[in-house]
Design a protein around this ligand. Structure first.
Ligand code: ZN
Length: 214
């Protein structure tokens, strides 16, 4: 775990967006800009995808990121790589300590398999992503671009024998993760509405997206 506080002053931020649980954020982040995701009330999961803003077929790749850093968790110093191996963003500050990129996002289909058939109608991250790309055709994203993601603030420990578990969160109110863009990217974040596992404490709350210019 790497805890590294930010050197940035909140008073110099150029934009702040509050995203309610179950809502999405889809917007460009320019090369050199820094994005902070703030876990306002604690124990929230921010399910996030990144795309090259000039060519969305280049996108965040969990596999390339994990292999190149030889580490399954993301934290300060992690370079978030694309499916072409290019550095898209680098995590420059982190007061949570680690973030998951193995667990994937919740979907209505997986909710019915994991929990109960009656969960079919529950809101899920995949729905939020699909709504985001449907409401923003200007970015040229399609269903095919919805692939493996990062779950910021989510705790999915890998056990010694390789097991994967969705555990209670290690984040808390006011904790944040910050990353600087190495290229112009699109940020697509679903603020997770999951109610069936402890990834957001069974109590989805808001997150804040805060941006600094370079
Ligand atoms: Zn979710």
């Amino acid at each position: 775990m790497t805890i590294l506080a930010s050197k940035l002053d909140i008073k110099t931020a150029s934009a702040r967006h509050v995203i309610g649980a179950g809502d999405y954020y889809l917007a460009p982040l320019k090369r050199g800009q820094t994005l902070r995701i703030l876990d306002v009330e604690g124990n929230q999961a921010a399910d996030t995808l990144f795309f090259n803003a000039d060519d969305p077929s280049e996108r965040y790749s969990a596999m390339d990121t994990i292999r190149e850093q030889a580490q399954v968790y993301l934290s300060a110093g992690s370079v978030l790589r694309s499916n072409l191996g290019n550095p898209m963003l680098e995590i420059t500050a982190d007061t949570c300590g680690r973030h998951d990129t193995l667990g994937g996002a919740c979907a209505t289909e997986s909710n019915t398999v994991r929990y109960d058939l009656e969960k079919r109608c529950m809101h899920a991250c995949r729905d939020s992503w699909m709504l985001a790309i449907a409401e923003h055709p200007e970015y040229g994203l399609s269903k095919r671009d919805i692939t493996h993601n990062i779950n910021f603030f989510m705790n999915v420990p890998v056990t010694a024998d390789g097991g994967l578990t969705f555990a209670d969160g290690i984040s808390g109110a006011g904790k944040y993760v910050e990353m600087q863009a190495n290229m112009d990217v699109l940020v697509l974040m679903s603020n997770c509405p999951q109610l069936n596992n402890p990834c957001n404490g069974y109590n989805p709350t808001q997150v804040e997206m805060i941006i600094w210019d370079s």
